[in-house]
Design a protein around this ligand. Structure first.
Ligand SMILES: [Zn+2]
Length: 154
């Protein structure tokens, strides 16, 4: 029995044998199941050939109970988001009332004060020269230490 036709789809005989539990090898069953996994046309053909008693119908429809549950859950999630946003706004408002942001603004303004920055800019070359002199002194001590070590090794 040919499992596939020239178009690469399942033959009617293979489909009928698969659905009725006919004589198929394990490899043929596996190939048919794999093909039904990705081929919608053959899947529809197999669904049309299935006997009605194979298709199970639920004892009761969940349509009436499912939509209200979905609506309740989405309303709960929306309420949670609104509560989070309200809490963030309340925290920001209380920080604003205690003038936390005003303290940040005045501190920032004090840091960027022009007189202070001019003083720092005028002082910078002097500080750089002092740093350079300190660094020179440290390197001189370090090199003297190694020269002493070399003389001691000789
Ligand atoms: Zn197919």
């Amino acid at each position: 029995m040919n499992t596939f036709d020239s178009g690469g789809h399942l033959t009617d005989a293979a489909l009928q044998a698969f659905l009725s539990g006919g004589p198929l090898t394990e490899l043929e069953r596996l190939e048919i199941a794999e093909h039904l996994d990705f081929c919608d046309a053959c899947l529809l053909r197999s669904m049309e050939r299935m006997p009605c008693e194979v298709l199970l119908t639920p004892a009761h429809s969940c349509q009436r109970t499912l939509w209200p549950r979905i609506h309740r859950r989405s309303a709960r999630e929306l309420a949670g988001r609104i509560a989070t946003a309200a809490a963030a706004i309340a925290i920001a408002a209380s920080l604003w009332c205690f003038n936390v942001f005003g303290g940040l603004v005045t501190g920032s303004a004090a840091l960027s004060d022009s007189a202070l920055s001019a003083l720092r800019q005028a002082d910078f070359p002097q500080q750089a020269q002092q740093f350079d002199r300190t660094l020179d002194a440290r390197f001189a001590r370090l090199s003297a230490l190694f020269e002493f070590g070399e003389e001691a090794a000789d």
